[in-house]
Design a protein around this ligand. Structure first.
Ligand code: AMP
Ligand code: MG
Length: 440
């Protein structure tokens, strides 16, 4: 990657040469950054809202969440066992016998103090009683009666099996950093601090539309040559996982006036417009013309499979009070739509909404069969990840990999990602894998 890539439609590089997937990703991220800088100059407060924890899943935290308390709030036991004063431990093999003078329960502390030669039965989570700093776990005791325990002194060191006040979180420190895509554990963490609502970035408004004369809505009958519009449904599913606001602009026919009207309408309502169809070679000229009037959009040939043609850029504000709309013109093929969404759109939406971590996590697995691959493009094959008889992770492609074969996607649970320069792959080779679940 040498020259920075501009998204402009007038950039001849983008019209002729194929773009490396990483260059496309970089150009998208750069434009999103530009939009963020511009919008931050305009306003900020209106970008943030307070939501209750039950509404906060998959939203993006707008400010550091500061802990109002120490966690744990006081020293407590990490084990079921016996609390004692570690002063008495000599570190030898010798057996020590202590007298049990009471019990400390979680939520029911022992109020008194212990003296020399004494200990307390203690439950996990119970506050450490006065004078105690060490817990000998139940299973380390050699003998125990109602009133005494015996244990080897070297079984435990002073301070062990005790959780210290503030060990997890200190009052005033960030418990969750701004920019976190909130997951179930974050909601639990906020609740454990007594916090009932969180400041998050407002939901992005994302408009979707499908373009193509051949497309029919569900419920309509199919005349010869027509097909059902499936892309809006897979896109809706993908977007719903991000907890944002979806504006469904329906199906638009392949005529300039309808397309233009639909784009203007979407630009007036949405932060982002995602269309599918109408960017492949035969149709791009037509869409390009409209885009030249409405914004600054590049028509890319990306060195990837599936998903080669894609338009990307921004639509101008419809009026003075409006703002720019990020535009993704995804290819029409149903699998290509999902692949380009996972590869480009998802991270851009997260970035635009203030997320700090936008990249998808990858893992590796052993391919069960050889995979044919031409160097010079990144491939996203659909596969099922499992486990071999030796316990190692394996992948197996899901049948025919055509860009229009949605079943390959539906049956799969992951992409096998074959990098740009990669050639054919042998059975038994390790390959990069991105799981569908856990991506979002
Ligand atoms: P296009 O990118 O418009 O040339 O479309 C490529 C292929 O995807 C064609 O076979 C289209 O019929 C199909 N296609 C386009 N849009 C959709 C859609 N919304 N749902 C299902 N298939 C589509
Ligand atoms: Mg079309």
């Amino acid at each position: 990657m040498t020259e920075p890539i501009k998204h402009s439609p007038n950039n001849p590089i983008l019209l002729t040469a194929s773009l490396h997937v990483d260059e496309a990703r970089k150009a998208i991220s750069d434009l999103v950054n530009e939009l963020l800088l511009e919008s931050r100059k305009l306003n900020n407060a209106s970008d943030i809202e307070l939501v209750t924890l039950d509404q906060a899943i998959n939203r993006i935290l707008a400010e550091d969440l500061l802990s109002p308390i120490d966690v744990p709030a006081a020293d407590n036991s990490a084990m079921d066992g016996f609390a004692l004063n570690g002063n008495c431990l000599g570190g030898s093999q010798d057996l020590m016998t202590l007298k049990i003078i009471g019990t400390a329960y979680a939520g029911k502390p022992y109020e008194g103090a212990i003296g020399p030669g004494e200990c307390l039965k203690i439950m996990t989570g119970a506050l450490m009683p006065n004078g105690c700093d060490t817990v000998i776990p139940q299973e380390f005791t050699e003998s125990a009666s109602e009133s005494t325990i015996g244990f080897k002194q070297n079984q435990v060191k002073r301070g062990e099996n005790r959780r210290l006040r503030g060990e997890d979180l200190q009052s005033g420190r960030a418990a969750i950093a701004a920019g976190r895509l909130l997951r179930p554990s974050d909601l639990g963490l906020a609740a454990s601090l007594g916090i009932a609502s969180l400041k998050v970035h407002r939901k992005l408004k994302v408009a979707i539309l499908s373009s193509g004369d051949e497309l029919r809505s569900l419920g309509q009958s199919l005349d010869p040559g027509s097909i059902y519009d499936s892309n809006r449904y897979s896109l809706t599913g993908l977007l719903n996982r991000l907890n944002l606001e979806i504006i469904d602009c329906g199906i638009v026919h392949d005529d300039p006036a309808s397309l233009k009207a639909a784009f203007v309408d979407a630009a007036s309502k949405a932060d982002v417009l995602i269309s599918s169809g109408g960017v492949s070679v035969g149709e791009a000229d037509f869409t390009k013309q409209i885009m030249q009037e409405l914004g600054d959009v590049g028509f890319w040939k990306i060195a990837m499979r599936p998903g080669r043609p894609m338009a990307f850029g921004m639509l101008k504000p419809v009026d003075e009070s409006g703002s720019k709309t990020l535009f993704f013109g995804l290819p029409g093929n149903p699998v290509a739509v999902m692949v380009t969404f996972y590869q480009f759109v998802r991270s851009a939406l997260l970035q635009l909404n203030g997320a700090s971590q936008t990249e998808q996590l990858m893992t590796q697995a052993i391919t069960e069969a050889p995979i044919r691959k031409k160097p010079g493009r990144t491939e996203f094959q659909r596969a099922i990840m499992g486990r071999g008889s030796d316990g190692k992770p394996t992948v197996k492609l899901t049948g025919s990999q055509g860009a229009g074969i949605l079943r390959s996607m539906s049956e799969a649970n992951c992409f096998v990602i074959l990098p740009h320069d990669q050639g054919n792959i042998e059975a038994g080779d390790w390959v990069d894998v991105a799981l569908f679940d856990g991506l979002l």
